[in-house]
Design a binder for this molecule. Structure first.
Ligand code: ARG
Length: 573
């Protein structure tokens, strides 16, 4: 454990234990980066209140008991502990990272982590909201995998439900070939709206659609064939979007709503048998405690409607039971729009009542905020139509091409760079704000080469590569040692040591923006270093080797970090 923040946490805890007794040895020392030292620990202030002592005295007592090998301590202000690491320690740890294949990322005891993400609806459009759940979910999946967890991706496609009666009839009306072509091209939304319009205005069509539903549910072969084709052709479109984005979802990860259909009667039986669900006004409902409607009446989670039909909640209950019992999940992440918060709270509560979720299994809704247009409303085209995702991604690439400098690349190489930069920009925009906040989709901002953007980080990484290229040096051949003469070298080395704990925090808190912020700070620390410390032209050979080592380590951390974010880095930019 060489992460500075973790080392200092342990040290301060030991000091707390010896100064105030073992019951204080597990207290959070509240260590934060500081302007006046490397870190500051603020625990003395909160502890003093509880002990009814003067905060400075508490701070002094901690300082007196602190193991100060490699660290110096100073009490300041109302009772802060300023902590500064010895240069030699930082240099030595950084050099060790250079030899560590995992560059400081821990490998805790593996867990089985299910990531439920993307989940577009086969019958409707895939919109920017799904894009964001796809991108955030993919980063969480990659990060857990890198930490050594067993990750099971689940793409909970909306591929079932009564609306398929109407969709199949519309498909027959316009002809299979025409209809399937539309779906594969991503025009599922237009298809859906046309079907809906007919359903609302044409009673003959409405009757046919209704008659189609029991045929589908009863497994009529021709209806099932049409339904399968429908799903297959919309999947072609989803696959294309995943491929363009470099998202790791494959067909193996598809576990759509239809998959749970055969389990639904049994799920209802179990809920009814165990008394978790009860019949209310003809419907089978769970009333999880604590959920109240507007009229202050208990709020039902309907698992079987009075007409015998099942809904979205029933499917999600079946999915939880399956994920815990069959997939043996330790943790289930639902990367889904924030608007579904109440749904998941109630589903989780019901699953807890049923005993499917318990203390050893954590289910979490990773709430995804909406993506807005410049007008502050849900992101749409100017004409108010929803935007087709493939068009949006194509536009990102075209715009990226205008941003990258003209260095005489051949057209093929240029297109490749534009693709990497365009996709990097779109993905980074989704990842760099906290997942539950809304943000405005703005091509100019996400494609900017300065500021906290994907292209800035790609550029910073490509620039370090060019240092090695210009020097004719393989970054992998550099082994240190590292010495820290200049403050910018020290700051860079210290920042490099924080990578492992940031990656662990991303997985623990499901917060990819932490990694974005870290990488942005790292790129800036590198820029300051590079501006004041010549690397290839360093006067002394040992200084040159040390600076090459810092550069090589920065390159590796940036590449690994961007890879966890699913962002490719062009060789040159
Ligand atoms: N298909 C749903 C939608 O588009 C998202 C499904 C999320 N996952 C789940 N287990 N409910 O809103």
């Amino acid at each position: 454990m060489t992460d500075p923040q973790l080392v200092l946490t342990e040290r301060v805890q030991q000091a707390l234990g010896s100064a105030f007794g073992p019951e204080h040895a597990t207290e959070d020392p509240l260590i934060r980066p500081s302007q006046f030292a490397d870190y500051q620990a603020n625990v003395a202030l909160s502890l003093a209140k509880r002990l009814r002592c003067a905060p400075r005295e508490v701070a002094q007592a901690i300082a007196d008991h602190l193991d100060t090998t490699d660290v110096s301590v100073e009490v300041s202000g109302p009772g802060f502990l300023n902590l500064t690491l010895r240069d030699g320690w930082i240099a030595e740890q950084a050099a060790r990272r250079l030899l560590d294949e995992r560059i400081g990322v821990p490998q805790p005891a593996p867990q089985t982590v299910i990531v439920d993400y993307s989940a577009p609806n086969a019958a409707k459009e895939m919109h920017v909201g799904h894009l964001r759940t796809t991108i955030v979910g993919d980063t969480l999946a990659r990060t857990h995998e890198h930490l050594g967890n067993q990750v099971i991706r689940q793409n909970h496609l909306g591929d079932w439900g009564t609306q398929f009666g109407m969709l199949i009839e519309h498909l027959l009306d316009i002809g299979e070939e025409e209809a399937l072509g539309m779906l594969a091209a991503g025009d599922g939304n237009a298809f859906y709206q046309a079907a809906r319009h007919k359903f609302d205005n044409d009673s003959e069509f409405q009757q046919r659609s209704r008659r189609r539903v029991p045929l589908l549910q009863g497994g009529d072969p021709e209806t099932l064939r049409l339904w399968r084709e429908f799903i297959e052709y919309s999947n072609r479109y989803f696959r294309k979007v995943y491929r363009t984005l470099g998202v790791t979802l494959t067909d193996e990860d598809i576990a759509g709503e239809s998959m749970y259909n055969p389990m639904l009667p049994d799920v209802c039986d179990e809920l009814e048998r165990t008394g978790v669900a009860e019949i209310s006004e003809g419907a089978l409902c769970v009333f999880p405690p604590g959920f109240k409607g507007r009229d202050d009446q208990p709020l039902p989670l309907i698992v079987r409607k009075s007409d015998g039909g099942y809904g979205y909640a029933t499917t999600d209950l079946a999915a939880i039971r399956y994920r815990v019992r069959d997939l043996k999940a330790d943790r289930i992440l639902y990367v889904v729009g924030a608007t579904q918060s109440l749904h998941f709270q109630m589903v989780f509560a019901a699953a807890r009542m049923a005993g499917w979720l318990h203390d050893d299994v954590k289910a979490e809704h990773v709430q995804i905020g909406s993506v807005l247009g410049s007008d502050g409303k849900m992101f749409k085209t100017r004409s108010g139509e929803s935007i087709k995702l493939t068009d949006l991604l194509d536009e990102a690439v075209v715009r990226a091409e205008a941003v990258i400098a003209d260095r005489g690349y051949d057209p093929e190489a240029r297109r490749q760079i534009a693709r990497q930069v365009g996709m990097g920009a779109v993905k980074y925009a989704d990842l760099s704000v906290s997942h539950d906040s809304e943000y405005v989709f703005d091509f100019d901002r996400m494609l900017a080469l300065t500021g906290n953007t994907g292209p800035y980080l790609q550029y910073a990484t490509a620039r370090i590569r060019s240092i090695f290229r210009n020097g004719g040096i393989e970054p992998e051949s550099i082994t240190g040692p590292i010495t820290l003469g200049h403050p910018a070298e020290r700051a860079l080395a210290l920042q490099l040591l924080g990578f492992g704990s940031v990656v662990a925090a991303v997985a623990q808190l499901s917060e990819p923006h932490r990694l974005c912020n870290y990488l942005f700070d790292l790129a800036q620390a590198f820029t300051s270093f590079y501006e004041s410390c010549p690397v290839l032209k360093a006067e002394e050979e040992s200084v040159r080797q040390s600076r090459l080592a810092l550069s090589a380590l920065t390159l590796r951390v940036l590449l690994r970090g961007l890879d966890l974010l699913g962002i490719e880095v062009p060789e040159r930019m």
